[in-house]
Design a protein around this ligand. Sequence first.
Ligand code: U2F
Length: 573
Amino acid sequence: RQAAFRTDLSVLLDQVGGGKESLSFMKRRIRRLAQQWATAANRLGAKLGQRWRDQKKVLIHVGFLTEESGDVFSPKVLKGGPLGEMVQWADILTALHVLGHNLKISMSVKELQGFLGVPPGRGSCPLTGPLPFDLIYTDYHGLQQMKQHMGLSLKKHKCHIRVIDTFGTEPAYNHEEYATLHGYRTNWGYWNLNARQYMTMFPHTPDNSFMGFVSEELNETEKRSIQQNKVNSMAVVYGKEASMWKVQGKDGFLEILHKYMEVHGTVYYETQRPPEVPAFVKNHGLLPQHELQQLLRKAKLFIGFGFPYEGPAPLEAIANGCIFLQPKFQPPHSSLNHEFFRGKPTSREVFSQHPYAEEYIGRPYVMTVDYNNSLEFDAAVKEIMRTKVEPYLPYEYTCEGMLERVHAYIQNQDFCLPEPPFIPANFSRLGSASGSRVIRPLFVPLPNSTSLGWASNVTAPAAWPPLSSLRLLVSQEGQSCVEACQSAGFICEPAHFRFVNNKEALRGLEVQCEVVDSEINHILPAFSVMRRECSLQREPLLFSCAGHSPKYRRLCPCRDFLRGQVALCRDCL
Ligand code: U2F
């Protein structure tokens, strides 16, 4: 069946159910953004024209909100606990509904069993018939529950699963045997999925798919009224729980801030001001989302203290015309050195509180400074007060941007197809074009990485992203493909590894190989210049943009991307 856009959200609101604070929060959000979603649906509908969109049968099982997983989130919704995950799930539900798919929503193991048609009760009772869904969106808790209650049949159906995974899972952690042998085993990883089945909150490693969430977009009238009502000397602190205010050196930099600005907070409290919050801070208590937006519309500065990491609030602040000031982390925080990231299935290094804000948005909307350097901090505050900015929201975080991306994933990502062969394409020397096979000769001059890029004729079955987007680069020693592609203005595309994991690619790059072997290692394909050793990848699950090794230069499949929509290439839609 063809999917039709929906602009009425009442059926969805009924499906979400109620009772818990978390669900009420999500429903309030869905209602508040209903108009924005409707406008976005109309716009995307016009953009896609008459294009056929399959209607999918989708199961959404929100594992972390089930009683069976302990649901630690719901009781804290009104007490300053994490809301980012609920923001994201509310938006995923809405996007799938608006795109016109056929949804079943489960928030308990019982509902899960009912929808899957497995007999209720404990123990792993396998699903015997065919899976009644095309797609299942869940999280790590939900995955565990499905394993418990579907038993072996989970393995058979796992290509249909998408895991909403805030901080992401790198391929080395996802491959069970490899993770166990090489020290990448964590509480979460090792499900042997295709790494693109993990969907993140921000575009972290491109090994995963970027799902995201939305923030409110302002119309021209609202933007104008914001400009008129901005208070240049008003700051709001990012931190709704008192513990987020326990920061080393806070007194020093807050003192500087307070010298120039009136400082506001939205910290949850029961009866009295929490001791961590200085007396000069005007604390509003935890606000409902729409009231926080109003406060941000007046404020000029939104200031982070280092935690929470990578949440939605800075995007909301910037969308409401604030400048976001945040601390630089030197050395960077990661699962190796910080409690919060410990045990998360990623080695990603986080160089500031909100790397997306720093790298994808940047100045003048985002200032990342060393909070221990009082001169630098002082200068930043003064600069912010005199800098004029317009409300800004990257397209990928608008309702239309999210709908476009989720639409593209649903219609094009298929992890159930048999693994295609590694060498479907013919590579030939740049310049000596072998007739019509070379469709995209390209030379990208790069200061730091040798680069040659070309892709040959599309002989692979319906590659997505299409092969026309491929640019092959070679990383520096010690550099990951995430960095190599980024430094050339591209993005690493894991789906393209299979086209460059071959001798032809090495030959085309004029790499001197004494031997070309094939191994199981997440940095491959790669070569050692010193030893003239070249290695190809033997395990497709270990193709990884994130990996790096000091002795190896990696073959990196990069691709172009749309401005403001990094998940999609030019020919992806
Ligand atoms: C992140 O979770 P948080 O919930 O701590 O993220 P925030 O950026 O604080 O924002 C979540 C929402 O809370 C709302 C605000 C945001 O959409 O509008 N809010 C509010 O309604 N009232 C207020 O007074 C203040 C904020 C991240 F998303 C998670 O993935 C991480 O687990 C967590 C820890 O790093 O940080």
